[in-house]
Design a protein around this ligand. Structure first.
Ligand code: NAG
Ligand code: NAG
Length: 609
């Protein structure tokens, strides 16, 4: 399919070759395509000549749409002076010039001073592409090598005539399955050379297809959220949430840890075993964790210029697999936060600190201290921006957050960016003031409490009084318990009478009475010392009359119940009729109900004290 597409592009462009006109001519192009990683980097050195009559202020670059959709970064620069002068960047912008082939995307390099007629200039163009190596075959087993396909043009695609050109493609080494030999391709070591080609018209295009071994893990962070939190109290806290996938050839037939470990050179050559994060020097409080918890298989080393964190996922990541984890670290504030003309600005790196990771969607959030105002950002490339507010403990109005989002991010985007803001130093005092007043309140409360505690110190009269009152309460409770046990003995007696009317078993009814009688006598013995204590305790003076009344009423109830029991059993023995029995028992029954009510009321009353 792709091959067909490339050929179609070739035919379409062929019709343009004679029509494009320009004053510029490219006298020489050296192109070098680096395919040693999974990120494709193309460095083209163009010698541009003004063959027209007027000054030219822009150079157009053309990239086939099929490639342009994966373009992550495009940079143009020239070296000042001859040889190794410092590189000066030239602004590049996407443009849509009239009357140009629609199969190409165009970018314009602006020249500061313009290029005068007859003059020439050497410009370097670095273009970086992601997702441009297609694994083929798409599925491999653990022991296979990873083969990929790359497509491009042997000729430099340009809207200008190109007088002389050459192309070198650098491969990672290992097997080369095939490569397009026409026109003039040859493989030398792990480099494929095309050209030199002379005098090619504008829009010349000649498709090439390379199929070769590339065992790099294709590490793609489908999403990376970096949070940079600035605290004026001395540190910057960075938290990075990764959601990584290996986008190389998909692993088929599962994973054998035995093969992987015993013959590590045989298996999983393209798997992701470890990642190295290059953190700034003096990074500290570093952690690496996932959903399960801390991961201890990480190593940290560093010197005064860098800190390196080597992290190993819990298992090797094969093609098609994914993993997510979080790393966090703190940086000293003074290394990244500066003051200029009364404003503050943060100068810190934008991208991912790890080698050769492509980030599909990067979100960088800078959390500024509460009270920061007039926040502005300067980033060397286009990003989507918005503002948020973050609340944490002690915050009143929340911390301003500026969020930046960028798609298709490569390591070259890991450059410095700046966040400028105004901050009143008084705002810095808010939180400590809140803390101080909080602590002050706490101390006051403590002193008050200590004071209160002193008044009931162990030697004082009130402390003894408190102990005595506790004892009275405990004793009253015991009395209540005894009375409740008496009441349950009463219930047993009543039940035995009901059983008697059903079964007529006088004998067992009498036995029950005997047991209940014994139990009630026991309980009344238990009550004696308790009542003695309450009567003598001055603390119990108020409650004593009620307790005394309770005990007396229960006693009366016992007597009436016994009389009733004896009367009923007697009637049964004399075989009186039901009506006769009812008549005899009625007076006791009335009295008993009244007493039961009084006892219950007293129990409730005492409970509430
Ligand atoms: C994880 O590591 C961090 C930093 O070393 C530490 O503060 C935290 O207590 C650890 N958590 C667990 C669950 O071990
Ligand atoms: C930001 O820091 C880098 C590295 O220290 C430095 O090269 C750069 O000039 C700084 N940028 C600004 C605007 O201060």
């Amino acid at each position: 399919m792709r091959k067909v597409f490339a050929c179609a592009l070739f035919l379409l462009l062929a019709t343009w070759m004679t029509t494009a006109r320009s004053d510029l001519v490219i006298s020489k192009v050296d192109r070098r395509i680096d395919l040693t990683s999974h990120i494709v980097r193309v460095l083209s050195t163009l010698k541009v000549e003004n063959a027209g009559r007027v000054v030219v202020s822009e150079i157009l670059l053309a990239i086939p749409n099929m490639q342009a959709k994966n373009l992550a970064n495009l940079k143009a620069f020239y070296n000042e002076g001859k040889g190794k002068g410092s590189a000066i960047n030239l602004p590049v912008a996407e443009v849509h010039p009239e009357g140009m082939p629609r199969e190409l995307s165009f970018y314009s390099i602006s020249l500061h001073e313009g290029l005068e007629k007859g003059k020439s200039l050497t410009v370097n163009v670095l273009s970086i592409f992601t997702h441009s190596l297609q694994p083929f075959p798409e599925e491999i087993s653990q022991s296979d090598v990873q083969l990929v396909v790359y497509q491009d043009s042997a000729y430099y695609v340009s809207p200008y005539e190109v007088k002389s050109q050459s192309l070198n493609v650098l491969l990672p080494g290992g097997r080369v399955e095939s490569y397009t030999k026409h026109p003039s391709g040859k493989l030398v070591d792990s480099e494929i050379k095309y050209g030199p080609y002379e005098k090619l018209p504008p829009f010349s295009y000649s498709p090439i297809v390379l199929h070769f071994e590339n065992n790099n893990p294709f590490v793609v962070a489908q999403e990376l959220v970096r949070e940079i939190e600035v605290s004026h109290w001395g540190s910057i806290q960075i938290t990075e949430h990764y959601n990584l996938a290996h986008k190389g050839a998909t692993n088929k037939g599962g994973f054998s840890r035995l093969d992987y470990q015993s013959r590590s050179y045989m298996g999983g050559r393209s798997s992701l075993r470890q990642l190295i994060a290059r953190l700034p020097p003096r990074a500290h409080s570093i952690y690496y964790r996932d959903d399960i918890g801390n991961i201890s298989t990480s190593h940290l080393w560093g010197d005064s210029r860098k800190t390196q964190l080597e992290i190993e996922p819990r298992f090797p990541i094969f093609g098609g697999w994914r993993t997510s984890f979080t790393i966090g670290y703190s940086l000293p504030l003074q290394d990244f936060l500066f003051v200029s003309e009364g404003n503050r600005f943060l100068n810190i790196t934008f991208g991912c600190p790890m080698d050769e990771v492509v980030i599909d969607d990067l979100i960088v959030k800078v959390v500024l201290p509460e009270g920061s105002k007039e926040v502005s950002v300067s980033v060397p490339f286009h990003t989507k921006q918005w503002h948020e507010t973050k609340y944490s403990h002690l915050d009143i109005i929340g911390r301003p957050v500026v969020a930046l989002e960028k798609n298709n991010v490569v390591p070259e985007h890991n450059t410095y960016f700046q966040v400028h803001y105004k901050f009143n130093n008084l705002s810095l005092l808010w939180e400590p003031l809140m803390l101080i007043s909080g602590f002050l309140l706490l101390f006051v409360a403590c002193i008050a409490y200590m004071h209160a505690d002193l008044s009931i110190s162990k030697s004082s009269a009130s402390y003894i009084a408190k102990l005595q009152w506790d004892e009275v309460q405990a004793t009253v409770q015991q009395v209540q318990n005894v009375i409740r046990r008496c009441l349950s003995a009463h219930e047993k007696l009543e039940t035995s009478l009901q059983d008697l009317s059903r079964t007529g078993d006088v004998h067992s009814c009498k036995a029950t009475r005997k047991i209940a009688d014994g139990l009630l006598k026991e309980l009344s013995k238990e009550l004696k010392p308790l009542m003695g204590f309450l009567q003598s305790s001055p603390q119990a003076a108020q409650i004593w009359p009620k307790v005394e009344e309770l005990v007396a009423k229960e006693k009366e109830m016992q007597e009436k119940l016994m009389q009733k029991h004896v009367a009923v059993v007697d009637c049964f023995e004399k075989k009186y009729s039901g009506r006769e029995i009812e008549n005899r028992v009625a007076p006791y029954q009335q009295k008993l109900s009244a007493l039961k009510q009084e006892v219950d009321d007293l129990l409730d009353y005492i409970d509430e004290i």
